[in-house]
Design a protein around this ligand. Structure first.
Ligand code: ADP
Length: 284
């Protein structure tokens, strides 16, 4: 850990430096929200080749709340999101410097297995991307890859129910996931992401390809999921951030985190003029 790293580890974590990233005793479901951060970034820089996309990001993301990342296009929101579960590893020219802690363990330590990390920190993308398989197999995928295939049917039902999709698809679990509407496909992707029982769900503009009704369902679902999971969402839609998030981070051009606060406070009383200009629509 660096000098400005976390002083304490919030709950179960691997503060002893062991390699069990995320492989810890999860906090009991339904237990009260805690304010300790589950994810912390410290002086995080991300480069694509010679271009620096993020500059010295410090952020504490609280457990079981919705944290929204907002800001104009190209300011590094998706880059930051992907750095949390090391999805940037999949981009050849991406390079990360600084520290990113998940429950006190630096996810960039050499002994961290990114695949195990991504089971604990799942991801949902902008365009719904179900596999060309049945609804059942889409949800089962996450369970099977980690060998959790006992009681698969029960777990599939549970994940679909949690993603507010079960009622609509209960009688067609063997139909293709691609035959669903866009909004249903996105909820299927959410079911797939939560089936392996992650702690954190990262969402990159999950409703931007959807119509208003489907968007509203996804927004309700996100708020609901935050009772059990820590949710971090990138959105270009400020009203959406204001509606559903507990915390908001504003990134501005050049990849700087300019403000991070409780959502109500940030929208009602932004500290910086640049953030005020952005949220009042003067640019962006
Ligand atoms: P946002 O999510 O806020 O729109 P991004 O994180 O996508 O911003 O992009 C931040 C910066 O990094 C932009 O300048 C973008 O062009 C660059 N960038 C993003 N992804 C890549 C990539 N795969 N290769 C090269 N540059 C990238």
């Amino acid at each position: 850990m660096t000098a400005n790293g976390p002083q304490t580890v919030s709950t179960s974590g691997s503060s002893d430096g062991s390699t069990d990233v995320g492989m810890t005793d999860d906090p009991p479901l339904g237990s009260p929200r805690v304010d300790d951060p589950v994810i912390m970034s410290r002086d995080l820089d991300v480069y694509y080749g010679d271009d620096q996309a993020l500059h010295g990001i410090d952020m504490d993301i609280p457990e079981r709340q919705v944290t929204a990342l907002i800001g104009p296009s190209g300011c590094g929101k998706s880059t930051f999101l992907r750095s949390i579960n090391r999805m940037n590893d999949l981009i050849d020219i991406a390079r990360v410097e600084g520290d990113l802690y998940f429950r006190g363990k630096n996810v960039y330590d050499e002994d961290v297995d990114p695949v195990a990390l991504r089971r604990k920190i799942g991801m949902v993308f902008q365009t719904p991307n179900p596999f060309p398989k049945s609804i059942r197999d889409n949800v089962a995928y996450g369970l099977k890859v980690q060998g959790k295939d006992d009681d698969v049917d029960e777990q599939i039902h549970k994940a679909l129910e949690r993603a507010a999709l079960l009622e609509e698809v209960e009688d067609q679990l063997d139909s293709s996931g691609l035959d669903l509407s866009g909004g249903q496909q996105q909820r299927l992707c959410i079911a797939r992401a939560i089936a392996p029982d992650p702690e954190v769900i990262l969402m990159d503009e999950p409703a931007s390809a959807l119509d208003p009704i489907a968007t509203s369902k996804i927004e309700d679902l996100i708020e609901d999921l935050a009772e059990e999971y820590t949710v971090v969402i990138v959105t270009h839609n400020m009203q959406q951030a204001a509606r559903i998030s507990d915390k908001t981070a504003v990134f501005l051009t050049g990849g700087h985190l300019v403000e991070f606060d409780d959502t109500n406070e940030l929208f009602e009383n932004p500290e910086s003029d640049r953030v005020e200009d952005y949220i009042t629509g003067k640019f962006g």
